[in-house]
Design a protein around this ligand. Structure first.
Ligand SMILES: Cc1cc2nc3c(=O)[nH]c(=O)nc-3n(C[C@H](O)[C@H](O)[C@H](O)COP(=O)(O)O)c2cc1C
Length: 362
């Protein structure tokens, strides 16, 4: 195996500076363990699952590897304190349509409880991580100071995912150990600034290591961001297309078939901007944007159809969050093999860079 190291490898006690992103519904114990075992940092996504499920997944990952793991928890500023604070509207028209179409395919839509919206829920999950000695916590949707303090008091490292320079400043001020800047290319929640610009902007002031995310699926891209000054990468969509990710075969196949313009960034998933592949799930909202609800109401009203379609792995009717890099995904290897491939491609790209672009510097 090639060597590829940056200072975050020592900080996180990992071999390669490749971090598998937290991804709701995708990244559970098996994927996180496979990536960590192979020398990267594997992450369990803990926003949507119940606290009990999060605990089971941590125990599962621990049974598969003794390497450090990360758990990704959401601390959204706009979250109500309690779920009971939320009043729900009548089902928006596009969702009624989606329900009809899903049920016509023989899939039952049950009421679904989405765990993502209360700070109490996030706090409970954090305590579970502490109990199981999870080494790294990733903060999605905001990095409160109390979270950093609680982690540091236990020797736990904190990673903050941001999509804007101002959010990076806040996370650094609140004490984060690493900032992950996610460009608009990324899958899932994403801002509107391209990675190459956002990374340059945050590198100008960051006092902590910066990791790049958004659209990264191969080693030439990793070589590019390392050269720009990133100390590592946080890779999401590429790992959906691995054997250990927890989505169905249709979701994975959609990535292999995707082109780089197959994704859109819209508010329909949960009221915040999310990049996803276009299909019937996104199409039903076209022309009905006025019926979109604010976060977290949109997330709650969409949950029953989203979970039912995902459980049945319906290709056209399930939400398929994915980054622009999906157009470059052509196979579905085991995650550990994929991680090693990314390392080898990066080393190769760095070695060949001068030769390939016939660069002359003096
Ligand atoms: C299916 C999916 C689910 C995601 N869920 C989460 C999540 O629960 N928490 C989070 O911090 N980020 C989430 N993200 C964003 C990722 O952490 C990461 O920043 C993004 O995937 C990077 O872009 P890429 O997918 O192009 O590699 C999700 C992304 C995807 C594709």
């Amino acid at each position: 195996m090639n060597t590829l190291k940056t200072p975050i490898c020592d900080l996180l006690n990992i071999e390669y500076p490749i971090l598998q992103a937290g991804m709701g519904g995708v990244a559970f114990g098996p994927l996180a363990a496979a990536v960590s075992k192979a020398g990267g940092l594997g992450t369990i996504a803990a926003i949507s699952p119940t606290p009990e499920r999060v605990e089971q997944e941590i125990i599962l990952a621990r049974s598969l590897t003794d390497k450090p793991i990360c758990v990704d928890i959401g601390f959204p500023l706009r979250a109500p304190k309690e779920k009971s604070d939320i009043e729900l509207p009548e089902l928006p028209g596009p969702l009624k349509q989606l329900h009809q179409e899903i049920e016509a395919l023989g899939v039952e839509i049950k009421s679904a409880d989405d765990q993502a919206m209360s700070i109490e829920d996030a706090r409970t999950k954090l305590e579970i991580c502490f109990r199981h000695g999870v080494e790294v916590i990733a903060c999605a949707l905001g990095t409160p100071k109390w979270v950093v303090e609680a982690c540091h008091a236990r020797g736990v490292k904190v990673i903050s995912i941001v999509g804007r320079a101002s959010h990076a400043q806040t996370a650094i001020r609140n004490g984060t150990d690493i900032v992950v800047v996610q460009g608009t290319e990324g899958g899932g929640h994403t801002g509107d600034i391209g990675l190459i610009t956002l990374l340059a902007e945050v590198l100008e002031f960051s006092t902590v290591p910066v990791v790049a995310a958004g659209g990264i699926v191969n080693g030439s891209q990793i070589a590019g961001v390392l050269t720009q000054g990133a100390q590592g990468v946080w890779v999401g969509t590429r790992f959906i297309g691995s054997q250990e990710s927890s989505v169905g075969p249709n979701y994975k196949q959609s990535l292999v078939e995707a082109e780089n313009d197959s994704t859109i960034r819209s508010l329909l998933f949960d009221g915040l901007y999310v990049r996803q592949l276009q299909n019937r799930f996104t199409e039903v909202w076209e022309g009905h944007e006025a019926e979109l609800q604010p976060y977290p109401i949109q997330r709650i009203v969409i949950a029953p159809s989203r979970f039912a379609a995902a459980a049945a792995d319906l290709k056209d009717h399930q939400a398929l969050p994915a980054g622009q890099g999906s157009g470059l995904i052509r196979d579905l290897p085991p995650a550990g093999e994929l991680l090693h491939r990314l390392v080898d491609e990066t080393v190769e790209a760095l070695r060949k860079a001068q030769q390939r672009i016939q660069l002359k510097v003096a």
